[in-house]
Design a protein around this ligand. Sequence first.
Ligand code: F6P
Length: 374
Amino acid sequence: MRQSKRVGVLTGGGDCPGLNAVISAIVKTAERDYDWEVIGFLDGYEGLIENRYVSLGLKDVSGIMALGGTILGSSNRANPFRFPVLQDEEYVYLDRSSQAVRNFEALGLEVLVAIGGDGTMAASAGMMEKGLPVIGVPKTIDNDLWGTDVTFGFDSALSVATEAIDRIHTTAQSHHRVMLVEVMGRYAGWVALGSGLAGGGDIILIPEIPYDIEAVCDRIKERNSRGKRFSIVVVGEGAKAIGGEMVVGHTVANSPDPIRLGGVSHQLAAQLEGLLNIECRVTILGHLLRGGSPTAFDRVLATRFGVEAMRQAVEGKSGEMMVLRGTDVTTIPIAEVAGKIRKVTADHPWVRTATSIGISLGYDSELPIEDAFE
Ligand code: F6P
């Protein structure tokens, strides 16, 4: 007869470095401090819907903190309310949320810890309305989750992107080229802004500031006139020209958000070559930013979130997402987070820092910064 209480855990949405550190912290805290069992669902909400899970003990999490990815697998197509099922070679979308609740109850779980981004939090808010107790843990390289100063995964992505920009610098200089480095981040420019700042980008283009091609050209020309015959342009994948649209790389039919951005830097490079008669090259960093070992910062943050989530579970709390405010881990209601995106704002200190050290953000510098933001 089972004595101990049980907590479920899943990782949803796009993966990022640090997910395993959260899982490890939950399992260790559950077993050592509270004598609770941990059930890990495979591939995000898909595992809960299809009843695919593993029991997680100390030996399963030994040494995983430094591993990228997630030992549980993830899915960004597993919306329980619109779950894709292949029927006669076509996808139909079914509401499987009640099945997920039944599976949760049959396993005798107290609460589910959902580690994910905005899609997972939105799904979790819906599942809570169906009576499923959920604790949220925010993750994403994009750093675009509402309510938290930072998400784990972001710092790791920044460090990979920064190293890439450093490497691009030397070859840009040798060949006197304009090098465009495109980074992920979806509709928010945090990865572009942070890595552009740290890597010494000359121009940083973010989705929040539609770029003025003339301002971009002017900065490159001005550098040339000072003998700087190369330029580094860091481009967020969601960047777009004034009056233009974001560039969609491809669409994923059965994903809750089917749009996958990518490729804006190829368009921009072709335009710059035409206007400036300078050789341009494009590097799209893509999923490199999501892979590999988490930084120390991300490991510590992810572990703190895991420990706190487990403490909340034992105290019988649910409905809240862990957040970092300053140096404190605290919580906000998941329902408050769902459906919102945290974007770069004109008053963010990184914006002022970038412009103060002479980085162009791709707008007419005569304009007040607030007017450049969309
Ligand atoms: O949200 C994380 C993220 O890596 C975004 O930066 C990017 O736009 C998207 O996921 C890519 O998704 P996928 O892994 O489905 O290609």
